[in-house]
Design a protein. Structure first.
Ligand SMILES: Nc1ncnc2c1ncn2[C@@H]1O[C@H](COP(=O)(O)OP(=O)(O)OP(=O)(O)O)[C@@H](O)[C@H]1O
Length: 363
């Protein structure tokens, strides 16, 4: 069931007579129970999007539907949507109990009901031992759980989260991410989660929505987007290190780029013409070492479980990943081949995946 729908959303900010079109006809449809991560570079309108869903900000054009009903003129308090902010927005002068209880007090709930709800969510988030503490006596991870508890206490079935883990250090962040995932499974609420951290997005999301230039550029299963990006921009934005994109030309059954020659993948064969200029994309991990293209090593980065080897192909730097700690050094000559099934081909001008482009034409 479609639970949140954004239809042709436009948002233009005007500051000192300068107009910034942040959202430009954005469409997004979210099913009940999904954990959708809106991912995109800084300043692309992610927070703006959340604020429009919550009603804190009004779109200039387009419509917002929640639970199948249009809510354009419904004020935030009546949208039954909770929000968790990056800075937690916890009141420093209230203890944890009162912070969590606050939304229920605003709703004039009875003392008994407030008590039982606060205890229920604080147990769930394992902060029931901390209810008497002031926020200044909490760690970052605990503070973040208080913020989530306060969002859950009203029982809203749509929760919006704006980079809620951004202030946590790397280790706590991984734990918090896992906890959030489990919590989502347990509660089956619909969550829209904003981040610019793609590791977070890929590991957390049931669906990723990639925002860029005011619209959703790709939306779907995180691994499907990773493996089969619909454009060169998506391929080079998702993944650390990102997808390698190189320009080339079709010559018979081969893609030729500088002095390398790669057989055309079967899936793309009928979509390509001789002499056609294209871009090819391949993930750094989808290569085999030992034979094939001969290159010199430009730089080596050992990360522990794998090694990133930078090589120069006709002036373009390509990243290759070898499992474990590779025994190569700068200046070494190595050979590699690209896994045929994992090559993606993009239009030279539009940057669109040629298979997607063909599907669009036929639909
Ligand atoms: N009230 C405002 N007036 C003018 N410009 C604004 C206003 N709010 C946001 N912007 C601009 O709109 C753009 C989008 O902002 P937004 O906060 O939605 O982006 P974001 O993707 O959430 O960024 P980040 O990842 O850095 O938090 C930015 O360029 C920002 O400077």
């Amino acid at each position: 069931m479609e639970y949140i729908r954004l239809e042709d959303i436009w948002k233009i900010y005007t500051q000192k007579k300068k107009k910034t079109e942040v959202l430009r006809g954005l469409n997004l449809s979210i099913e009940k129970g999904e954990l959708v991560v809106v991912l995109g570079p800084s300043g692309e309108g992610k927070t703006t999007l959340l604020r429009i869903i919550s009603g804190l900000l009004k779109q200039d054009k387009g419509h917002v539907y929640l639970r199948g009903e249009i809510v354009d003129n419904v004020p935030p308090k009546d949208r039954n949507v909770s929000m968790v902010f990056q800075n937690y927005a916890i009141y420093p002068f209230m203890n944890v109990y009162d912070n969590i209880a606050f939304p229920l007090k605003l709703m004039h709930k009875s003392k008994e009901e407030i008590r039982s709800k606060v205890l229920e969510v604080s147990k769930m988030l394992r902060i029931d031992e901390l209810l008497d503490r002031k926020p200044s006596q909490l760690s970052g991870g605990q503070m973040q759980r208080v913020a989530i508890a306060r969002a859950l206490v009203k029982g809203d079935d749509i929760i919006l989260m704006d980079e809620p883990l951004a202030n946590l250090d790397a280790q706590v962040r991984v734990i918090a991410r896992d906890e959030l995932k489990q919590l989502h499974r347990k509660l089956n609420t619909t969550i829209v989660y904003v981040t610019h951290d793609q590791t977070e997005a890929l590991s957390l999301a049931t669906k990723v929505a990639l925002i860029h230039q005011g619209v959703i550029q790709a939306y779907g299963d995180p691994m499907e987007i990773y493996n089969n990006p619909n454009s060169d921009w998506v391929g080079s934005f998702i993944g650390t290190p990102p997808m390698n994109i190189i320009e080339g030309k079709i010559e018979g059954d081969y893609i030729v780029s500088n002095d390398i020659k790669i057989p055309v993948p079967i899936t793309y064969k009928k979509l390509l013409k001789d002499n056609q200029k294209i871009k090819i994309g391949f993930r750094p991990e989808n290569v085999k070492f030992g034979e094939g293209i001969e290159v010199y090593v430009d730089m080596v980065e050992r990360v522990g479980p794998y090694t990133v080897i930078y090589v120069d192909i006709g002036g373009q730097i390509i990243r290759l990943i070898e499992k474990g700690q590779a025994k190569v050094e700068k200046g070494d000559k190595i050979k590699f081949s690209i896994d045929q099934d994992q090559i993606v081909i993009f239009d030279i001008n539009s940057g669109k995946n040629l298979i997607e482009e063909e599907n669009d034409k036929n639909s």
